[in-house]
Design a protein around this ligand. Structure first.
Ligand SMILES: Nc1ncnc2c1ncn2[C@@H]1O[C@H](COP(=O)(O)OP(=O)(O)O)[C@@H](O)[C@H]1O
Ligand SMILES: [Mg+2]
Length: 273
């Protein structure tokens, strides 16, 4: 449960500008979905929030303090694939996260503390519907089950911020709908701040409190590769507390209060590419 402030952040690799002048406020407990064309820097942005990448200019603040420069237990992440360890069981994967947090130099805990952590891991696995599969290995699980395991692994340390990089992109629509229900429940129960990259606009609008579009669309086409992506739209979809929908469709065609830019269906469609 943490507020994030992004202030005029740039990311450049040599002459290549990936992200340009990003400006964004994320309130504690918000669920932000990020959409945008492939290669426009969405994963780079999550890596900034995780502490794996530093801005070349600008500042990132977590609860008013400079964002820590290294990943820590306050920030969990789930990728589209390969977030879990194949050689550990379901229970082992979740325990590893909690053991590393409790004793970084001594990865195994003993006695009462270990029993507490096992109980917490089992309870969380029960919540994501894996209570019957504690001793299976990831290869024995379906894609949907593996991603539910990855969520449990990321949440066991009770992070303040949960980062999701196209976590359900490889799943069938039916399975996706099931996991959406699980994610929504976990978000509401924990109050964690979520930032999720997705290719699926329907997913973005059905889950998030705010949908943020990354794009380079303001530049002339031949210049696009020279410039970085920036935030071209920032749309509040629903209230965090009440879950009430603000009917984002009605906002199209109006000026975006955040940027003063005109919103249009085509902009959203281009973000889905
Ligand atoms: N460590 C790096 N060094 C150089 N270029 C990088 C590095 N990481 C990412 N990039 C470049 O940054 C751009 C954005 O990549 P990425 O954040 O993965 O985009 P997205 O997730 O939106 O598809 C790409 O052009 C990629 O090649
Ligand atoms: Mg990516």
């Amino acid at each position: 449960m943490s507020a994030i402030r992004v202030r005029k952040v740039w990311v450049e690799y040599g002459a290549q500008i990936v992200l340009e002048k990003l400006h964004l406020d994320i309130a504690a407990g918000d669920f932000v979905a990020i959409v945008g064309p492939s290669g426009c820097g969405k994963t780079t942005f999550l890596r900034l929030l995780l502490g794996q990448e530093r801005p070349t200019r600008g500042a990132l603040l977590l609860d008013g303090e400079a964002m820590p420069n290294e990943p820590d237990a306050d920030r969990g992440i789930v990728f589209q694939r390969y977030s879990v360890f194949p050689h550990l069981t379901v229970l082992g994967n979740v325990l590893l996260g909690s053991e590393l947090q409790g004793a970084p130099l001594l990865a195994r805990l003993f006695g009462a503390r270990r029993r507490e952590r096992i109980a917490a891991a089992r309870a969380l696995l029960e919540e994501v519907g894996l209570g019957e599969h504690l001793h299976k290995y990831p290869s024995q699980l379906s894609g949907g089950m593996q991603q539910r395991l990855a969520l449990a692994q990321a949440l066991i340390t009770r992070p303040k911020v949960l980062l999701l990089d196209e976590p359900f992109g490889a799943l069938d629509p039916g399975i996706r709908a099931e996991i959406h229900v699980v994610l929504k429940r976990l978000w509401k129960e924990t109050g964690v701040t979520i930032v999720m990259v997705t290719h699926d606009l329907r997913e973005a609008f059905s889950l998030a409190t705010r949908v943020v579009v990354f794009d380079r669309y303001r530049k002339r086409k031949e210049e696009r590769t020279r410039y970085g992506a920036t935030i071209t739209q920032n749309i509040e979809v629903r209230k965090r507390d009440t879950g009430a929908s603000l009917d984002a469709q009605n906002q199209l065609g109006r000026d975006d209060p955040a940027t003063g830019e005109r919103l249009g269906r085509d902009d959203l469609a281009s973000a889905q590419q």
